[in-house]
Design a protein around this ligand. Sequence first.
Ligand code: AMP
Length: 114
Amino acid sequence: MMQENIFLKIVERKLPANIVYEDDRCLAFHDINPQAPVHLLIIPKKVIPTHADITEADKELLGHLHWVAAQLAKQLGLDAGYRLVLNCKEQAGQSVPHLHFHLLGGRRMHWPPG
Ligand code: AMP
């Protein structure tokens, strides 16, 4: 079930979060319910409800999020590997209507995902 946009509240500093990275376009913070020893969420400051809503104008922003994810993975020492996950809409398990990448690492991952 999609909730209200709590990530926008984190961007606006109306809700606390353990923020590890911020720049003019994005924010990264620890997931409140970690699924791995490292579990960060990387979000654009701009509201994009789902991956299906990105437009051509967002191409550079999406590339930036990938670059930030790679830098954070390096900083966190995830040299053995990591997984970047994006859940799009209900059937994929998206619960917050604000596009976000999960950066997961620090343990062996399984495939296929559930
Ligand atoms: P998704 O299911 O892909 O939409 O992912 C939403 C993620 O946000 C889940 O992993 C939640 O544990 C996480 N989450 C929900 N509320 C918060 C919060 N206030 N601070 C940090 N992470 C949160």
